[in-house]
Write a protein of this length. Sequence first.
Length: 125
Amino acid sequence: MKKAISTSAAPAAIGPYSQAIEAGGFVFVSGQLPVDPATGAFAEGGIKELTHQSLTNMKAILNEVGLGMENVVKTTVFLSDMADFAEMNEVYAQFFEAPFPGRSAVAVKTLPKGARVEIECIAAR
C-alpha cells in the first residue's frame, strides 16, 4: 500500500518519519530543512541559500523514484519569519515552471533545529 523512499542525496530523517512515502500514485515528501546532506549542517548564507538547499533536498528525494519538480502538485513552505517571503519566493520560482503547483506559505513560531525555512510537497506520477 505504501512504500518508504530514502536517498543519501538528502538529509536522513531525524525522527520517526520517512523522507517520503509513495502511495496511490502520489509521493508525499516530508518537510525538508536546509541541511546539506554532505555536512549535516545548515547551508551557509541567508534565506536564499537556505531555500535553495531545502528545494535541492526535495528534488533529490523525488529523483530517487524517477520524478522531478514538474511532478509536484502541491507544496507547503514554512517560514520562521514572513519577512523572508520575497527572497524565498525568488529562489522557489527557479525550481518550478508553469503550470506551477498549488502552494501554501505560512509563518510559524519555530522550526526544528531553529531553521528559517522548511518545505514539503506532494508529487503525482
